[in-house]
Design a protein around this ligand. Structure first.
Ligand SMILES: [Zn+2]
Length: 91
């Protein structure tokens, strides 16, 4: 079990700057590396942009759901004004 665990980590870590985070293409020592957020490496600008786009899409959907949650709590506050004593401010 222990050796299996080490194997998983051993195969993940060296790939940090050795292969593209998106297409897994090997990044040679002399090839360009495109960094993103300081912890992801890509073989090309295209791969990096694709990662950025998918991250932004994820963030957008997260923001939308956060907004709808906030809307619900402010609607609830309208219904019951006595609850508006600071407890609803969860910024
Ligand atoms: Zn790539």
């Amino acid at each position: 079990m222990a050796s299996c665990y080490a194997e998983v980590f051993g195969s993940e870590e060296p790939h940090f700057l050795e292969s593209c985070s998106l297409c897994r293409k090997h990044l040679g020592r002399n090839s360009d590396i495109f960094m993103y957020r300081g912890d992801k490496a890509f073989c090309s600008n295209e791969c990096r942009e694709e990662q950025i786009e998918s991250d932004e899409a994820k963030e957008k959907s997260r923001k939308v759901s956060a907004r709808s949650l906030r809307k619900k709590s402010s609607e609830a506050a309208k219904d019951c004004k006595t609850v508006r004593t600071g407890t609803l401010v969860v910024a």
